[in-house]
Design a binder for this molecule. Structure first.
Ligand code: GLN
Length: 199
């Protein structure tokens, strides 16, 4: 399989690179439009969605990423990455835009501030064991469109993992807890999509 791209503008992209490396999965750091050529999937990491939004515009990556999403490139967004994949946001910063693709409403900072961060074991549809996940100023999915499947919920029922076709979005950070199962799940999505693009 071709390498998986990791958007390396801001946030915890290193942890994603290390997680794939620990699985023996080849990656490419995506910082300019040409880096999208030939990748089999793209990860949008956690960090600060407003900053990734702005940097994607200054690095001329916003339009090509949106085009790739519509063409069916497998995409995996964690936390800020989930925010960037939502079609609609609650509590967006003024002027904040997303790439979109997921027919959902995502509420930013739904659990409060940095001090309200926590870890929890989450059941994830398609993964046989529970996933140890860190929630850091995490968003939640508050509304779900028809074509969207819920893959993970907290014990209280709040939705923290969704998939719509080629797009996977989760509120939490498996990449900081040494968890590889969701990255394996995404690598399987990339393998079966067998996406090819000349940019
Ligand atoms: N609250 C952040 C945002 O709005 C996301 C936090 C995270 O990615 N851990 O972008």
């Amino acid at each position: 399989m071709n390498p998986i791209g990791v958007l390396c503008l801001q946030g915890d992209f290193r942890e994603h690179l290390q997680t794939f490396e620990s699985m023996g999965q080849e990656t490419i750091r995506v910082r300019k439009p040409q880096d999208l050529e030939g990748i089999s999937g793209l990860v949008i990491p956690g960090g600060e969605s407003t900053v990734i939004d702005k940097l994607s515009k200054s690095f001329a990556l916003r339009d090509p990423i949106i085009k790739h999403i519509h063409e069916g490139l497998p995409i995996f967004g964690t936390c800020a990455g989930l925010i960037l994949l939502a079609d609609r946001l609650k509590d967006a910063a003024p002027g904040q835009e997303t790439f979109g693709g997921l027919d959902v409403v995502v509420q930013r900072n739904a659990f409060g501030s940095q001090v309200d961060s926590f870890e929890e074991d989450v059941d994830f549809d398609g993964i046989s064991h529970s996933v140890h996940a860190a929630f850091i100023r995490a968003p939640i999915v508050t509304e779900i469109g028809d074509g969207v499947s819920v893959l993970a919920k907290l014990k209280d029922g709040r939705v923290v993992g969704v998939r719509q076709g080629n797009i996977l979005g989760i509120s939490f950070h498996p990449e900081v807890t040494g968890e590889t199962s969701i990255h394996e799940y995404f690598a399987d999505m990339c393998r079966s999509a067998n996406f090819s693009s000349n940019n």
